[in-house]
Design a protein around this ligand. Sequence first.
Ligand SMILES: [Zn+2]
Length: 218
Amino acid sequence: MSRAGAALLGAAIQLIIVVPGDGPAAAPEPPPPSVAAVSPEDVFQRPLGSWSPHCLGFGSQWRYCNGVALRACASGVVWLHTGVDIVASVGEPVSAAGDGVIAGYLTDPQFRGGVLILHTTTFGTVITQYWHVWLRPGFKVGSGVRRGQAFADVADMGARTHLHFAVFNGGFESHAWNGALPPGACSGFPAFPYRFVDPNAFLEAHQAPVRLPRGVRY
Ligand SMILES: [Zn+2]
């Protein structure tokens, strides 16, 4: 058996014999780093340099910070927020969460600009959604973007200025634009969360791999 094979077997045996709940014991050795390299197209990062939650999180009722609902079904139930709202300042650069292509740009008097970036990953097509931003000059639908590349700036919404960021687990379609969806099907819209996923959990699960100390090979 090769030395690497023996090391892997050793790691497997160690995993088998570590029994949790045996009282205070020395912490088990951390598992060896994954042998499979992470593909660059599967790595995502936060689109802003700082990441402090604004008023609404994923699945929050869609309300202004003062509690006024933005949209409700005829039954009175309030729509649910598809993304996370993040504290931001006017003009702050917004970076692509991952390598991709700008798949849509909409502007709206109330919400300012919205951008969709389509990402082709090894686990399928994912869209990241950015609202309340202005696309930078030189970027348009069809432009390629790299992870971390600033493609937009936070728009001025007065006291409500913030970035809305959402992750849509699927290809381009009209509902990928939605900032909120009803809790049950209403007004022709699918029920929350439809194909939206928790953006913070998604970013956490697709971070860049931890850089190994110098000289470590596997
Ligand atoms: Zn929002």
